[in-house]
Design a protein around this ligand. Structure first.
Ligand code: PAF
Length: 282
């Protein structure tokens, strides 16, 4: 792992000057901090495809609902910066909230239809908040390539659509989910889990994989999903959804599809998704 100097900027003039000095391709990794190996996979992938890597850390209030975890969202700037340096990030954009949303800010970016189901249905306004901040970040950073984790599958689809619809000329790329050895998808929110919840949380990926295997053996999709929901609930989760999504992020029972899940254990909401590529013989 190479170590190179990283500049940290907190104002738009500084960001613009640093960006203007970059020649060649710029890859961008937007984050909310509390960085882990999943984020580092994005930075490593960015490093491989570009001459310069910019990361941002901004805990975006617009994408948190009134009863969500904005106040307790983990903030660890120094540790995050050290990880970014270690993984070859060149520039860290750390805007304060008043730089992102100055007094009088009125604009919302909303991507219709693909935000309607799944997390969009369970977290009203969440994807408008994501699309708005990512549109702003793209405008500020002007990346050639932007990298997002596939764990947030619906978010990735929404950002791709937004970039296409608004002629943003940013190549939006997904990077596969990084998992713990026991299968749990890495997430900044895993830090909220108690030891018991952490153990139980492995049931989420296990049940999703079991459902995909059952569908592959020819079991009806509805039965495979019902078994997955039962296993996840039995582990102590309260389920928001365990469903198949098509490429347009609509619920489906047709294959190929993506199996998406969101569920709460204690006060922590976890999401996960895996591909379902095998055609079931029904
Ligand atoms: O995935 C995230 O961390 C956030 O939703 C993002 C894309 C950085 C926007 O705040």
């Amino acid at each position: 792992m190479q170590t190179r100097p990283m500049q940290t900027v907190r104002t738009l003039p500084e960001l613009r000057a640093a960006r203007a000095a970059m020649t060649g391709r710029v890859a961008f990794v937007p984050t909310m901090g509390a960085l882990h190996a999943g984020h580092m996979a994005l930075v490593t992938a960015a490093r491989e495809v570009a001459d310069h890597v910019i990361a941002s850390i901004f805990v975006n209030p617009l994408q948190f609902g009134p009863n969500e975890d904005l106040a307790r969202y983990p903030r660890q700037e120094a540790a995050d910066a050290a990880l970014l340096v270690e993984h070859g990030c060149d520039l860290l954009w750390l805007p304060p909230v008043e730089v992102m949303y100055p007094a009088g800010f009125l604009t919302t970016v909303s991507v219709a239809k693909i935000d309607a189901a799944f997390d969009g249905a369970h977290r009203p306004g969440h994807f408008d908040g994501v699309a708005t901040v990512v549109a702003k970040l793209f405008g500020q950073v002007r990346p050639d390539i932007a990298l997002f984790g596939e764990k947030d599958w619906q978010q990735l689809a929404i950002i791709r659509r937004m970039a296409l619809d608004l002629d943003m000329a940013v190549d939006v790329r997904g990077v596969p989910t990084v998992r713990e050895a026991d299968g749990l998808a890495l997430s900044s929110r895993n830090a909220y889990l108690s030891a018991g919840e952490r153990t139980a949380a492995t049931e989420l990926p296990r049940a999703l994989n079991a459902a995909v295997a059952a569908i592959g053996r020819g079991e009806p999709v509805s039965l495979a999903l019902a078994a997955a929901r039962q296993a996840i609930a039995a582990a102590g989760f309260e389920i928001d959804y365990v469903e198949l999504a098509d490429a347009a992020l609509q619920p489906t029972e047709e294959l190929p599809a993506r199996l998406l899940a969101a569920a709460r254990i204690g006060t922590t909401r976890l999401i996960d998704n895996i591909p379902v590529t095998i055609r079931a013989s029904r």
